[in-house]
Design a protein around this ligand. Structure first.
Ligand SMILES: [Zn+2]
Length: 136
């Protein structure tokens, strides 16, 4: 990257090559002043960039820490729910009219589902009880 510092150094080199500092004209004095101010600005920007980089690093570290903490607070909790509480399908038994619950996986894998209440087979073609998060 052709940095501002390099550019200002080049301009300063040009100015001194032209003998600008030895000239006694008002224009030469103004040019020298402008170059000095430019150099100050370049230094100021350089410092800002440095502190900006430090800020970015700091924020990134904070962000990672927060993600870590969130993982501990929410992540484990969610995982816990996903692992230990399977999706249940609610079915009203056509034989005994009892509302019974089946593990979704079991419901999809097995053909013969029997009512735990009356032991009669239950056939349900498309369970539509859970409208919340049934999408796969
Ligand atoms: Zn039943």
């Amino acid at each position: 990257m052709d940095s501002l510092g390099e550019k200002i150094s080049y301009i300063k080199g040009l100015a001194s090559g032209l003998g600008l500092e030895k000239e006694d004209s008002k224009e030469a004095k103004i040019l020298i002043e402008i170059i000095d101010v430019l150099q100050d600005i370049v230094y100021a920007i350089d410092e800002l960039e440095t502190s900006q980089e430090e800020m970015d690093e700091y924020i990134q570290t904070l962000d990672e820490d927060i993600a870590d903490i969130q993982g501990h607070i929410y992540g484990e909790y969610d995982e816990d729910v996903d692992r230990h509480v399977p999706n249940y399908i609610e079915v009203v038994c056509p034989h005994c009219d009892e509302t019974v619950y089946f593990d979704e996986d079991m419901f999809q894998e097995e053909d013969d589902i029997t009512c735990p209440n009356c032991d009669e087979p239950i056939y349900t073609e498309c369970p539509e009880d859970d409208e919340d998060d049934e999408e796969d």
